[in-house]
Write a protein that binds this ligand. Structure first.
Ligand code: SF4
Length: 63
């Protein structure tokens, strides 16, 4: 099982993660990613969001 890690310093506010799974990802007033759930797991939409994030702000780390 992997856990989603977010590095907001890398986020460029592209919003692709929100388009991928709006139940998990949101953006603050500056467009920076925020999570709507504490531990979203590592399901298909999370893996897709990690793969598509253009800035490397999202990653999956082994637990
Ligand atoms: S896809 Fe990446 S760069 Fe874009 S808002 Fe999400 S975390 Fe930030």
């Amino acid at each position: 099982m992997s856990k989603l890690a977010v590095n907001k310093d890398f986020c460029i506010g592209a919003g692709l993660c929100v388009l991928t799974d709006a139940d998990v990802f949101d953006q603050d007033d500056d467009g920076i990613v925020t999570l709507l759930v504490d531990d979203p797991g590592d399901g298909p939409s999370i893996k897709e969001a990690v793969a598509n994030c253009p800035s490397g702000a999202l990653s999956l780390v082994d637990e």
